[in-house]
Design a protein around this ligand. Sequence first.
Ligand code: G16
Length: 550
Amino acid sequence: MSSLDVDAIIAHADQYPKPAGVHFQYGTAGFRTRGDILESVVFRVGVLAALRSKKLDGKTIGVMITASHNPEHDNGVKLVDPRGEMLEAAWEIHATTLANAQTSQEFVQTVQTLISAANIDITKPANVVYARDTRPTGPALVAALELGLKAIGAQGRNEGVQTTPVLHYFVRCINSKGTKDSYGDDSVDGYMKKLSESFKSLVAGKTRPEPLIIDCANGVGAPTAEILVKYLGESIPLILHNTAISTKGALNYECGADYVKTQQRLPPSLNGVLKPGQRACSLDGDADRLIYYYLDERGHFHMLDGDKIAALVAAFIIDLVNLAGLSGDDFKVGVVQTAYANGSSTKYLADRMPVKCVPTGVKHLHHAAEHYSVGVYFEANGHGTVLFSPSAVEAMKSHKPSTPAQASALQHLINLTELINQTVGDALSDMLLVEVVLAHRSFTGAEWNSLYNDLPNRLVKVVVKDRNIFKTEDAERRLVSPVGLQEKVDELVRKYDGGRSFVRPSGTEDVVRVYAEATSRPQTDELALKVAQLVYDFTGGDPMKRPESL
Ligand code: G16
């Protein structure tokens, strides 16, 4: 298109008027709210994705329609930049502005302002690849997106129902096709082969593990895992549970990674199924998070969360780097965490390697991890991956091992660069990574768990009148607003042995999150409840709805 067809955009936008009285915000992971009020937002995201593509000379931009761990009635949409990473932060504001334009005319004016402010050459091509998860509102939102793409004349490629990490993988593959950094084949077959072949090489000669149970959260991870099972063949026995993607209300309900992490218990559907000592893991609704767990001989539940995954994986990678003879000042392995990381995990890791704490959100962790040769990042909620910098990859390729042991460690590292989805957290790729380390270490779940002892911790959601008044600093560890609340939290925390607590507004749900840690379980729970009540009372919550228990 040689110039913006204002009339066409207005005519199309009129089909998706913005609901009155709602303010949309591009948050931690894009827009996320009730799926039935998101159509205007998704239409506009279609236009924005096309503008982003034009700005980047026609590079393919990804659009994922998902609300991940949220309840089934929610939905969401997020943009993926050309290397498969999250949308550049500066454009999040444009997304929010476009989504909140009150009328189609105002929307087009905002588009025009963006075009001139960002100096976008509208004559450039626009390419967008998109997918959705299994939510019932998904198809209507895809239709809205497609109309947005049509309104601005963008080329769209519909990848149907996919996990979030597969969509991120596609974006990187499409944009790197034919270059020396080609990331892989932009097809499900390409993704499956990359993961399964590197996995088989990494576990060659190792004992075949006992069957692993996967709780698929009744979401899109189920069909993707079903395909993966076929590609993995005999290399690892996988048993899929919670695969009911068409059962209404089943998505993330009493299952999935968020349920296990926040409830700190087994999904009820696995009661009597999971045997003591057997490994199991849960994916979330779009399969970008992973939590492991097992029952001990007494049937007690033990969780291996994102922190435990980071500890397992980072220590393994450091060993391989040392064994391969790669370690040195210009080859640094580091870990990135958030304030939610268990204090014990931070201590374990910091004794062994550099550790950085950043605000919640994969985009923050991802960027911080890029500063290391090998950057391992995991949020406690199970969202994470490992990044190998271009210079680290070069160093691995050009390194001449001097012993068979060095050669083998080097080959393992090279295989890991293939196994790990380096675009974003990927539950299935991470699961295979964990299985590789367990196989190499000959670890049971209990042995893995014993790397360090988690401090008891509790995460609570508090529904407040307006979460936007909550502002934080110091990687979200301290509140600056509402004024005076942090001092009161500090006062409470001082009363608990080893106490730590922080309060931050969620970027994906309309709640404020309270995290608490202390040296004993009862103290932790009491601290979490007291801070939650403090937050509620301080913001003038209805006394009748005050949280009285966890
Ligand atoms: C998203 C982000 C994660 C973040 C999580 C919760 O995950 O990608 O980085 O930890 O939301 O964020 P908040 O506490 O701000 O609600 P997902 O798996 O829901 O896409």
